[in-house]
Ligand binder design. Structure first.
Ligand code: HEC
Length: 169
């Protein structure tokens, strides 16, 4: 059996390792996170270009292999090729969801939503930015971080209303 001392040492290492991985990003769920998790798990989301397939990360993307989904509101402004026209914007209540996958290509790694809610105190560039565990049990990056680190990269040239996939995929 492990001694109490060993357990404390292991717990301390685990704690400091997790703070290295997540930096100082807040990972406590707010009520808005709970709501956004439900929106991300809805069954009326549609796949990018209508195709249920894994996409490779491109450009400056720090994201692993993923599938890209839209709620009906977001899908309503996509053109015939499935993209947001250049210069167009998503309306409020649009959800663009990136579902990332583990290297085996089968198990979901994270739910990574952007939700257009320009009036929210948590929005940055008009969007809420978050990251959750596959079932939404954990917030890996709460909306309360206000898109810190996400929003600046998503402002890169070629962005369409702060989304980056349309030129790359
Ligand atoms: C260093 C740049 C960078 C950072 C930081 C970043 N992303 Fe992205 N993100 C990308 C790129 C590039 C894409 C385009 C798709 C791809 O190839 O991965 C993307 C795609 C996405 C998409 C799909 C919609 C779109 O933009 O096309 C979502 C949703 C998303 N990111 C959310 C986030 C969130 C939330 C964070 C912060 C927790 C974040 N991203 C941080 C570069 C970044």
């Amino acid at each position: 059996m492990l001694s109490t001392q060993k357990i404390i040492v292991i717990a301390t290492i685990a704690l400091s390792a997790s703070s290295v991985f997540y930096g100082c990003a807040k990972d406590e769920k707010t009520p808005l996170d709970e709501w956004l998790i439900e929106e991300s798990l809805r069954n009326d989301l549609v796949y990018y270009k209508g195709q249920d397939q894994l996409l490779d990360p491109k450009g400056s993307s720090p994201h692993p292999h993923f599938k890209l989904l839209f709620n009906p509101k977001a899908a309503s402004v996509l053109d015939a090729s499935g993209k947001l026209p250049i210069g167009a914007s998503f309306p409020d209540s649009s959800l663009v969801l990136k579902v990332t996958y583990k290297p085996n290509g089968e198990d979901i790694k994270e739910l990574v939503p952007m939700y257009k809610l320009s009036t929210s105190e948590y929005s940055e560039n008009g969007w809420l930015w978050a990251k959750y565990s596959p079932t939404g049990s954990k917030a890996l990056y709460s909306v309360s971080n206000k898109g810190d680190k996400c929003a600046s990269c998503h402002s890169s040239s070629g962005n369409r209303d702060f989304t980056l996939a349309f030129d790359l995929h």
